[in-house]
Design a protein around this ligand. Structure first.
Ligand code: SF4
Ligand code: SF4
Length: 437
């Protein structure tokens, strides 16, 4: 039978650069002497500390409680003493409060939850909420909120596309922890009354696909589908992924549940497995450390609150020519201003890039080539949104669909005039909201 891969329309095909770390098995990053756990680690309100300076904590202890529904619990990632609750620079470059713990080096652990062997859907939702599980692909949206949809869901999709260049942590997780990721995905699906799980994964991630298919065959999982997707950026964007996997379209301004789907990240499924089956809260994660500026590109288990400098040291140190540090991938990641910033639950990669790995170019006037429109996966006209935004006419930007933008950066990547298109669209979105247009 002829095999084929599914795809979405438009997008770009940047250099993958994944070979730097793709075949490097996951190792453990040594726990640092101090961890700096940010109270704000996602889209919602910062968590509220429930420990005080001087308290002794075990690894896995609740140290900050969710403040409202779109916030998440935080847990100690080492055992030791709370040294400070004070402002430090966070991944967004802002000063925000962190809980600082001096590591006693003993890793004395506590498991705040009992393992659940045959949980009911509401028990899974509660456990996911209690254990501080969030979407670990970027935004950090609390997973339990997604698990209480107001509409009927019939498919749970695991986002295993990992389409950003350099990043290989999901690929390694699927290759090495396929059983736990699949079981975690079925638990999350069961929480919303769904029995069908689909993994959307780029077709060139052969070992991960093999591992998933092997586990499916071993356990005779008829309700598990592995869907190979074309290797193209942004294949892992929610709307593009749903379309590629199910051929359903999320309506404009709508959510995945509007077409009967929920999408969850690969690592989120693994964390849900540990929380439900082993009673382990989310205080560490696997991330990729890569780029030509790091001596030993790696995939590592890293404790929440570990500073970039400590991570670089665990990877053999930096080479002398690092010109930029990115939290996230080169398409959507954010430049970092210091090595003293600490990773959070959503840090999937840390890139140490040299000058030849990114472009610093002067922007010139638009030449009306139309490439940005052809590359835009949301079928927008970024050049028009940009020109209205530059003229301060944000209603014009809105008319051309600025609010539909998923901030993937394809337009900026493809533009021969090096225009700052995604930055301009982001500004327009912010202004449209601020001005209530
Ligand atoms: S306009 Fe937005 S969605 Fe379209 S390519 Fe640019 S960043 Fe991506
Ligand atoms: S890609 Fe750049 S130069 Fe071409 S139309 Fe878009 S903004 Fe203009």
């Amino acid at each position: 039978m002829k095999s084929f891969t599914r795809f979405f329309v438009a997008g770009v095909h940047p250099h993958g650069m994944k070979s730097l770390s793709a075949e490097t098995p996951i190792e453990r990053c040594p726990a640092p002497k101090r961890v700096y756990i940010a109270l704000s680690q996602g889209v919602g309100k910062p968590s509220h500390p429930v420990v005080e300076v001087g308290d002794t904590v075990k690894m896995g202890r609740l140290i900050a409680k969710a403040d409202g529904p779109v916030s998440a619990n935080l847990f100690a990632s080492v055992s030791g003493k709370v040294a400070e609750i004070a402002p430090y620079t966070d991944t967004a470059g802002n000063q925000s409060r962190h809980i600082v713990i001096d590591n006693d080096g003993l890793d004395t652990a506590e498991k705040p939850f009992t393992p659940l062997l045959n949980p009911q859907p509401e028990e899974i939702v509660k456990r996911v909420s209690d254990a501080g599980i969030v979407g670990m692909g970027g935004a950090g949206f609390p997973t339990h909120v997604k698990l209480t949809p107001k509409k009927r869901i019939d498919v749970y999709i695991v986002n295993a596309a990992e389409c950003e260049p350099y990043i290989t942590c999901d690929y390694r997780l699927l290759t090495e922890y396929a059983e736990q990721v699949v079981e975690g995905a079925f638990l999350l699906a069961a929480a919303v009354g769904v029995t069908k799980v689909c993994f959307g994964i780029e077709a060139d991630k052969l070992r991960a696909i093999e591992a998933l298919k092997r586990y499916k065959a071993e356990k005779n999982l008829h309700n598990l589908t592995v869907v190979p997707l074309k290797t193209r950026y942004p294949q892992g964007a929610e709307k593009q992924l749903i379309y590629a996997v199910t051929r359903r379209r999320v309506p404009s301004g709508g959510l995945p549940m509007d077409c009967g789907a929920i999408v969850g990240n690969t690592h989120t499924a693994l964390s849900a497995y540990y929380a439900v089956r082993e009673g382990k809260p989310l205080y560490e994660r696997v991330m990729t450390v890569s780029g030509k500026g790091i001596r030993k590109p790696s995939n590592l288990w890293v404790r929440n609150g570990t500073r970039y400098g400590d991570i670089a040291e665990a990877c053999g140190g930096e080479l002398n020519n690092t010109a930029k540090i990115l939290n996230g991938g080169p398409m959507m990641g954010a430049s970092q201003i210091s090595r003293d910033i600490a990773v959070t639950k959503t840090t999937g990669s840390l890139l140490f890039l040299t000058k030849d790995e990114f472009v610093v170019a002067t922007s010139s006037p638009c030449i009306n080539c139309g490439k940005c429109g052809r590359a835009c996966p949301m079928r927008l006209m970024p050049m028009y949104i940009d020109s209205f935004a530059l003229a301060g006419d944000y209603s014009g930007s809105k008319k051309y669909g600025a609010l539909e933008c998923i901030e993937c950066g394809c337009c900026s990547y493809i533009c021969p005039a090096n225009r700052y298109l995604v930055q301009s669209v982001k500004l327009a979105k912010k202004k449209i909201k601020e001005l209530g247009l």
